[in-house]
Design a protein. Structure first.
Length: 297
């Protein structure tokens, strides 16, 4: 079985599983808002496992390789798990600060977004809004990455654990860029429905692809240094845990393409600066590339 054939089957299976789940909400327009949100979240969480299931099927049934070749029994260097844990919240917090600095969003000390969400759901809590925000921050930092790994492993087992190593014969940079483009396009049905960029459902597909390229380089750097899908899943889980945090501190109504989250232009700038630092310090391309390439052999 050639590499090209393996990659083709992987992409067919991954998209065939995920895209129908992403598109199902289109056919459920009349659900009650709370039920709708829960349904969409559940369907899209399942969609995250499309790439992982594809990686398992192709590895076992098409390439005829043992399950342990997927390296789920490997952790690699522990220091990259600290990067995976703390880099995402740092980048996301700085994205929010940069948004305020360039005035594409305004600081909201009244936590309007949180109050509106509680009013819409009729939620009343015996603690202050400030205390609730502090609890959410603590949860995102401590528990969020661990809980989210259940879902993010579905993506990372596919994108970094399977796809990236098999693209490495093209060269490390090409592998990182191509895998990032594919990752971005995979999100297209969700983005077209207003996810991440509600004001730009079509342009948002391009914006999401740029985001995925930049973030894919960073997560790929962690993977290539550990050769473990766990570090990639943990980093992705940390990102998802903190993704919505800027909404708590910014006044509602800002354009998510221009500011606020890591998926916005300020987020791109910060991720680009981090990638530039990795290149400047000769951490990219990863020097152990030959070892990483052996994963796809």
């Amino acid at each position: 079985m050639s590499q090209r054939s393996s990659l083709t089957w992987f992409l067919i299976i991954a998209f065939a599983i995920s895209w129908p789940l992403f598109l199902t909400p289109i056919f459920l327009p009349d659900l009650e808002p709370t039920t709708q949100q829960m349904t969409f979240t559940g369907l899209w969480a399942l969609a995250m496992w499309g790439p992982g299931i594809a990686a398992i099927i192709v590895t076992l049934a098409i390439e005829k390789k043992p399950f342990n070749s997927m390296r789920l029994n490997t952790l690699g260097s522990k220091r990259y798990y600290l990067w995976a844990w703390f880099l995402p919240p740092l980048l996301i917090v700085l994205s929010g600060l940069l948004t305020i600095l360039i005035r594409t969003g305004q600081l909201d000390t009244e936590f309007t977004f949180m109050k509106q969400a509680m009013e819409q759901t009729g939620t009343q809590l015996p603690i202050s809004i400030e205390m609730l925000v502090m609890i959410q921050i603590a949860q995102a930092l401590i528990l969020g990455p661990l809980i989210n790994v259940v879902f993010t492993m579905g993506e990372e087992l596919g994108w970094r654990g399977f796809l990236l190593p098999r693209l490495l014969p093209l060269g490390q940079w090409k592998a990182l860029l191509i895998s990032g483009v594919i990752w971005g396009i995979w999100h297209a049905p969700a983005i077209a429905q207003g996810h991440n960029y509600p004001d730009h459902p079509i342009l948002g597909i391009l914006l999401m692809t740029i985001f995925c390229i930049l973030l894919g380089i960073i997560i790929g750097w962690m993977y290539l240094n550990t050769r473990s899908p766990w570090v990639a899943a943990f980093a992705h889980g940390s990102i998802n845990a903190w993704a919505g945090m800027p909404y708590l501190f910014l006044k509602p109504g800002f354009d998510t393409a221009l500011g606020g989250t890591l998926t916005s232009i300020p987020g791109w700038i910060l991720m680009g600066l981090f990638v530039g630092w990795l290149m400047l310090t000769k951490q990219l391309p990863v020097q152990a590339q030959e070892e990483a390439e052996s994963v796809g052999d």
